[in-house]
Design a protein around this ligand. Structure first.
Ligand SMILES: Cc1cc2nc3c(=O)[nH]c(=O)nc-3n(C[C@H](O)[C@H](O)[C@H](O)COP(=O)(O)O)c2cc1C
Length: 404
């Protein structure tokens, strides 16, 4: 039986999140003390050695990103915690922020020491007003320990694209949340043009443990290419609609059938979408893939935020694809034409197929359009929008054929 391993959720449910003394009693802020006694370059080397990769979706090597920002010369640098969590079906960052907010603040302060930043921001999903309150209280309580590293909270306004790091930066600056061209990457030129680290909540929550227990310990957990654990949130047609933190070599099958308790009502499994709306669909034949970044990428899927949406045999993939296509049309910010027009056209074509008005040529058009969008769109929103559509076409073509 697959088992949970709690690193990020180490204190979840065990301490009162609004009692700093309980976080301290659980070993809190020892890692920051240790980090501040280290030279920034040694600290970054340690994070690199752990091979921690971002938990926000792109899977970039955390230490490498910090290194770029540390090397950049500037009078000011910034640390941003991405707590936008707009991905449907995902609530792992909320769990961490509600259950153990100090672990995020400590991770951010360690990053501040590593890159030479004195100011941090937490950009929190606007639909989590109660979490914003918790974060503000936690910051106030920890100010003495954080020293000259200041953290402010900014609430988003419900746009999915604002989770994209450069749109998020635009939003903090007070502009409309639209992505920037990359490069330059935020590590070199980010908030107000200064070197800026943007990391996910779960990424920051890993940092204190890595420093306390050592990079080698961390690197030995799970799949070596994406070590550590992943917090997963299970939704859809699964018995245990809850969250789990598991080592990254746990397979999708173990997650659904062991931890998740399988499919309710004696029904058969049909598909699972991992990583939220932009994730690919996985059929039964590929369930033995580990929930690790590269392993999922190899089969055309994504780990993304770690949302696990299970679908039973009664689900029609064309229906599901239409809902997702509608979401992307709505959430496209409109800045670049391939996404603005592409998401609308994908939705239009799929709606036609769903209404049994489609032709075989529409399938070919969807594939072509999806291929173009994945390389031509400005940001990850448009680049990933075709993924669920293309994987549903690849693995569940029979559902489309039935509608044609
Ligand atoms: C449309 C879109 C939405 C995103 N939403 C989030 C989000 O809610 N939270 C997050 O951490 N990263 C999100 N990302 C990824 C960020 O751009 C960025 O890669 C991440 O914050 C980097 O942190 P990490 O390296 O710790 O993962 C999103 C990306 C895209 C394209």
């Amino acid at each position: 039986m697959a088992e949970e391993m709690r690193i990020v959720l180490r204190n979840y449910g065990k301490i009162d999140p609004l009692k700093l003394e309980e976080y301290l009693a659980a070993g809190g802020y020892k890692a920051l003390e240790k980090a501040r006694a280290m030279a920034p370059t040694d600290l970054i080397e340690e994070i690199k050695k752990s091979n921690l990769r971002g938990r926000g979706g792109a899977g970039f090597n955390c230490g490498q990103k910090w290194f770029f920002a540390q090397q950049a010369q500037a009078d000011k640098k910034y640390v941003i915690c991405n707590a936008d969590e707009g991905e449907p079906g995902t609530y792992k960052d909320r769990l961490i922020m509600q259950g153990d907010p100090q672990s995020i603040l400590e991770g951010m302060a360690i990053c501040g020491h590593a890159i030479g930043a004195k100011q941090g921001y937490i950009y929190c999903r606007g639909e989590y007003p109660y979490v914003v309150d918790i974060l503000k209280q936690a910051i106030e309580q920890a100010q003495d320990l954080l020293g000259d590293f200041r953290i402010e909270v900014r609430a988003g306004a419900g746009a999915y694209v604002c989770g994209e790091e450069t749109a998020l930066i635009e939003s903090i600056e007070g502009h409309r949340g639209e992505p920037r061209f990359k490069p330059p990457f935020p590590g070199v030129q980010g908030l107000w043009g200064k070197p800026t680290i943007v990391n996910n909540v779960e990424t920051f929550a890993n940092i204190p443990v890595i420093l306390t227990k050592g990079a080698e310990w961390y690197a030995s957990i799970g799949d070596p290419s994406y070590p550590g654990t992943k917090v997963l949130t299970l939704t859809g047609d699964v018995n245990n609609k809850t969250f789990f933190e598991v080592p990254s070599d746990t397979t999708v099958r173990q997650v659904i059938f062991e931890l998740g308790g399988g499919i309710p009502g004696g029904k058969q499994f049909k598909a699972v979408q991992i990583g939220g709306s932009s994730g690919g669909f996985i059929p039964e034949s590929l369930l033995d893939t580990p929930i690790s970044f590269d392993a999922l990428a190899k089969i055309g899927a994504t780990l993304g935020s770690g949302a696990v949406l299970v679908m039973d045999e009664t689900r029609d993939m064309v229906d599901v694809a239409e809902t997702i296509a509608r979401f992307f049309e709505h959430e496209s910010c409109g800045k670049c034409a391939p996404c603005r027009e592409g998401t609308a056209r994908i939705h239009e074509i799929i709606s036609k197929i769903k209404d049994s008005q489609g032709r075989a040529a529409d399938i070919a058009l969807l594939k072509k359009l999806g291929g173009v969008m994945s390389i031509a769109c400005l940001c990850g929103l448009g680049q990933a929008a075709p993924t669920p559509i293309l994987t549903s076409l690849r693995y569940f073509a029979v559902d489309y054929e039935a509608k044609l």
